[in-house]
Each structure stands twice: as structure tokens, then as C-alpha cells.
Ligand binder design. Sequence first.
Ligand code: NI
Length: 184
Amino acid sequence: MTILKVLHFPDERLRLKAAPVEEINSEIAEIAENMLETMYVEGGIGLAATQVNIQKRIIVIDISENKNESLTLINPKILKLEGEEESQEGCLSVPDYFDVVQRAKNIEFSYTTLKNEAVRKKIDGLLAICIQHEIDHLNGKLFIDYLSPLKRDRLMKKIHKQRIKKRRSKNSEQLDNESPNKIL
Ligand code: NI
């Protein structure tokens, strides 16, 4: 198993639209396995292939408390959206940021399993929110796209500050690593 690198906003690769999986084979099974492992290590409850720079329509989810009820959804598709529900969301691609997003309360969706079975289901609750969030990823969309312009602006400033901070600490590390005899 391999832990994959999760892309972070504003990486432009998060904006790509993933292509449908044509054939479910061992390569797809391995991708799904690595995605699950990555999701568990990173502490997420869902992960879309787009987030690990694999542009295929694959999603993994596990909302169970004991992290032993994983779901792999190949070519997931929303067939019906009903009602409204607001809840707080976060995302492995937008670290340390949470905000309230409005989504459909009930969804009907379809997908193919790793065993090549076609599934069609109606659900609500956390799983419904999670599936909407992950399918958005496959379409190049992030939960922060739903925020008001003011909130988005604040988030961008926060990310900008974090980047400057990171760069500064990197620079000082380099200075520390310079061998002393180079200082004249
Ligand atoms: Ni996400």
C-alpha cells in the first residue's frame, strides 16, 4: 500500500474534471486501496481521486466510528437531490478550515462497486453530504466555492499568510543548516 500525496487548495489540479473509469481491473482496485489508506492516515471520512491527482471517477468513504466500513464508489452519479440541509464541512485539500455549507438532504445516487456490480440507493444524513462533497471534487469543485465572497476573501488572506509563514521558516532552516565555517 502506498500513502498518496493530497493536493491542497489553491492547486489548480483540484479543478480538473475526472474521467469515467472504463474498466474495473486490478489497477483500479490498487488505486482504491491506496486512497483508503491515505484517507485513514490523513484522518478524513472521504477522499476523491482528484485530491490525489488521479483524474478518474473514484471515491472512497468511511463514516463509521471504528473505521471498518469502507465504501468504494466507481463512477458515482447523483440521480436526484431533495430537500436542504446545512452542516459544517471540512476537506483534506483545505486544511484547518471548516465552514457551513448548504446541500441537499436526501439524494438518490448510483455507482459501480469494485466487483463490477451496479448499485442504486437513496440516502440522507452524513453519507449524503459526504457523497455530494466527493462528487463535487470529481467535477473540480471545492466546498469553499459555496462560501460568500466575503468569507472566501478571508480564507484567501489566511492561506496567503500561512504560505508566507511557511516560506519564512524554510528560509531560516536553510540558514541554520549552513555550515559555520562558511560564515566569514
Ligand atoms: Ni474534500
